[in-house]
Design a protein around this ligand. Structure first.
Ligand code: CO
Length: 236
């Protein structure tokens, strides 16, 4: 076993050489400034590599990741990222990105104990509990992904409610907050239509996006129910 991770350094040298060959002067230009237009708030999951998914190069995407893509009101780490992105880099878009079959959301949904992280995931359980009735109406195989989407909407709303974003809107700066979900099974991003660019839109955008999520999962639940009935029907 390699203990000094030489293969990673080798990959890195190759990547730097390829990048420079494709675009001579790439790194020296990036040294002058970074001017990303987007802030990505995503899950730490290794299967959801932010830049790669959206085909953006170094310098084009400002990224914050944590377990279950949370924006907690008192998390100075995430808030500092948001503040730097909005005030210093002047990003135009903040995108909260959840992903299907998220391990953190699954643990939160099913009360799995994993240690310290349970306290972090308590925030996801708060989202779960707020939508208890709706989730209880879904079969188990749909509940985790439904909670993934509910969590994205909740975190996107949290972003809108930060002092940073609300002050930016107040002074007329353009910042659009989005909620997306990434499918581990197909590699595709989906827009949950929680798109907000002013303080007075937050409530309506959240309610509209929430209604769409509920509608979609109720439809899936009905389909599953129908499939189960067909499967259970006696042969003619
Ligand atoms: Co995850």
């Amino acid at each position: 076993m390699s203990t000094d991770l030489q293969e990673l350094f080798q990959n890195n040298r190759q990547w730097a050489a390829d990048t420079e060959a494709r675009e001579p002067g790439f790194f020296t230009r990036l040294m002058q400034q970074q001017k990303p237009q987007y802030l990505w708030i995503g899950c730490a999951d290794s299967r959801v590599p932010a830049n790669a998914l959206v085909g953006l190069l170094p310098g084009e995407l400002f990224v914050h990741r944590n377990v279950a893509n949370l924006l907690v009101h008192s998390d100075l780490n995430a808030l500092s990222v948001v503040q730097y992105a909005v005030d210093a880099l002047q990003v135009s878009h903040i995108i909260v990105v959840g992903h299907s079959d998220c391990g953190g959301v699954h643990a939160a949904m099913t009360n799995q104990r994993a240690g310290l992280v349970d306290n972090w995931l308590r925030h996801v359980q708060d989202v779960r509990d707020a939508h208890e009735g709706f989730l209880a109406g879904l079969q188990e195989s749909l509940q985790v992904n439904a909670l993934v989407e509910l969590n994205v909407l909740e975190q996107a709303r949290n972003v809108c409610r930060t002092t940073v974003v609300s002050d930016a809107w107040h002074r007329g700066q353009t910042v659009v907050v989005h909620g997306w979900v990434y499918g581990l099974h197909n590699g595709l991003l989906e827009d949950l239509r929680m798109t907000v660019d002013s303080a007075d839109q937050v409530g309506l955008a959240y309610d509209t996006a929430l209604a769409l999520v509920k509608q979609r999962y109720r439809r899936l639940q009905a389909q599953h129910g129908a499939d189960a009935l067909t499967a259970a029907a006696p042969e003619a």
